[in-house]
Design a protein around this ligand. Structure first.
Ligand SMILES: Nc1ncnc2c1ncn2[C@@H]1O[C@H](COP(=O)(O)OP(=O)(O)OP(=O)(O)O)[C@@H](O)[C@H]1O
Ligand SMILES: [Mg+2]
Length: 275
């Protein structure tokens, strides 16, 4: 997927992460309607951002058992650490634990412990242990962490519900980790931030992700449909029809391109046939 727009937010993400490694941590929460482009924004930023002092970890929260959540979390943290240190990589938990044991032995031993005990554990307990693991990782590796939790509101929906008490404590005490929380459930996310994650230190900078503005939407359409001669009226129509939502802009432009290619192919076939 080619990524468009969102330059101001990409710069803000760079700025906040750079500040983290200088001792100023500002947590962020990016909230926006479904399909508005939250995940794409973070994935694009992650594909560009590079600082050997900062390890970025992206976790999509899903409805799942505590054991598989634990394994995914540890896997992502260790994978990002090795990638950040330009180390050889394989997306396999056994390999990652073995390789990391050389560089961060205490963190690896703790991760093994969490994973081996995890089957008897509940999500809230595993989550609290994983936050301790990140803290241990900061201390041992000397690296900062940007922890991105996509659809974070789902954490509280995995029973049992009270994950916030220990989370609040970790956010306040561990200033070497910056959180970026994403959510498509606007009201619920705002409520969690205002009540359950309201903090004395480490509060969240809230960003309401909006659809593309008219200028970005038009540029997007012109670029996607550059091989067709599309009039200004058609562009204005697509902008209005999609309300600037990138998912719909993409879907409409792809459909128009496919339609165009298909009619061109059919036109050629007819021509060849008659010749
Ligand atoms: N900046 C962008 N440039 C190009 N395409 C984009 C952009 N942002 C989003 N899209 C398109 O919109 C689709 C939906 O985006 P994305 O999955 O990032 O939204 P989301 O807000 O995370 O959705 P959800 O609420 O379902 O998690 C993407 O698959 C992509 O096709
Ligand atoms: Mg998403």
């Amino acid at each position: 997927m080619e990524f468009y727009g969102r330059q101001d937010l990409l710069e803000l993400l760079n700025k906040r992460s750079d500040a983290l490694s200088k001792g100023y941590r500002q947590n962020m929460a990016i909230i926006g309607a479904e399909l508005i482009g939250k995940t794409s924004l973070l994935k694009h930023w992650l594909s560009k951002y590079c600082d050997t002092r900062v390890v970025t970890v992206y976790i999509e929260i899903r409805h799942e058992e505590a054991n598989s959540f634990g394994e995914r979390f540890v896997g992502n943290l260790f994978f990002s650490f090795l990638k950040n240190s330009h180390n050889g990589l394989k997306d396999d938990i056994v390999f990652l634990l073995e390789r990391c044991a050389k560089y961060i032995p205490k963190t690896t031993a703790f991760a093994r412990k969490i994973l081996s005990e995890r089957y008897a554990r509940r999500t809230d307990v595993v989550f609290a242990k994983l936050l301790e693991l990140v803290e241990q990782f900061n201390v041992e590796s000397g690296k900062f962490c940007v922890l991105i939790l996509d659809e974070f509101h789902l954490l509280a929906q995995m029973p049992p519900k009270d994950i916030y008490a220990s989370w609040r404590k970790h956010i306040m005490l561990n200033k070497n980790t910056m959180y970026i929380l994403l959510s498509s459930k606007k009201e619920l996310a705002r409520k969690i931030l205002a009540e359950d994650l309201a903090l004395l230190f480490g509060n969240f900078e809230k960003i309401d992700l909006q659809p593309f503005d008219n200028k970005t939407s038009s540029a997007f359409i012109r670029d996607k449909l550059k091989s067709l001669s599309v009039s200004e009226q058609i562009i204005a129509f697509i902008v209005n029809f999609s309300s600037g939502k990138p998912f719909y802009l993409n879907a409409i432009c792809d459909a128009l391109m496919n339609y165009h290619l298909k009619s061109a192919r059919e036109a050629n076939l007819t021509f060849d046939f008659f010749v």
